[in-house]
Design a protein around this ligand. Structure first.
Ligand SMILES: NC(=O)c1ccc[n+]([C@@H]2O[C@H](COP(=O)([O-])OP(=O)(O)OC[C@H]3O[C@@H](n4cnc5c(N)ncnc54)[C@H](OP(=O)(O)O)[C@@H]3O)[C@@H](O)[C@H]2O)c1
Length: 162
């Protein structure tokens, strides 16, 4: 099964200058909870946005058109999404974590969406690909808790393909 995990602002912005436009530690925690133990699939640029290299306790799979792109030994490099089945089991929940290039690549394969909706407008240069929500059911919705470290209103939503 293929799942998407992402956070977007009111205008579907997801990134700026190669990083996230916001700091929202509670969303980082949700991301960790949702993805730990599952393979994560990401574009080369998203991989390079991680300050401390590959994310622990998850198979990190990076997609690039450059077959010579150097990744650490624990990381799988793909040059085509058709190679994915060699590295994941058929019953894995494969977490596609962006960015927009990679969401676009898997948009016809996705079964589940883990969306963090941030009720704020940020400056950005990368947007989420359009999602046809008529093909999904909302199965969970949780208001985010705000505090001095999580200053924007946000909601965690989970959708399942009809
Ligand atoms: N808010 C969120 O939830 C979220 C999630 C993820 C990322 N982001 C943000 O989004 C931005 C990065 O996203 P992005 O869309 O610019 O980049 P990206 O999707 O992470 O990576 C793009 C790269 O992926 C490779 N690629 C894309 N399509 C491919 C294909 N069909 N076959 C093989 N390789 C392919 C290419 O790598 P090569 O150039 O090496 O060939 C391409 O340059 C950052 O600002 C990041 O922080 C936000």
């Amino acid at each position: 099964m293929i799942s998407f995990v992402w956070a977007e602002d009111k205008n579907h912005v997801i990134g700026v200058d190669g990083h996230l436009p916001w700091k929202l530690p509670n969303d980082m925690k949700r991301f960790k909870d949702v993805t730990t133990g599952h393979p994560i699939v990401m574009g080369r640029k998203t991989f390079e946005s991680f300050p401390n290299g590959p994310l622990p306790n998850r198979l990190n799979i990076v997609i690039s058109r450059n077959a010579d792109y150097k990744v650490p030994e624990s990381v799988v490099l793909l040059t085509d999404k058709s190679e994915l089945s060699e590295y994941v089991k058929s019953d894995d929940e494969v977490m596609v974590i962006g960015g927009s290039g990679i969401f676009n690549l898997f948009k016809n394969d996705v079964d589940r969406l883990y969306l963090t909706r941030i009720d704020h407008e940020f400056t950005g240069d990368t947007k989420m690909v359009p999602i046809d929500y008529t093909k999904f059911n909302l199965i969970e919705k949780k208001e985010g808790v705000m505090d001095d470290k999580n200053v924007y209103p946000y909601t965690f939503e989970t959708f399942q393909k009809n």
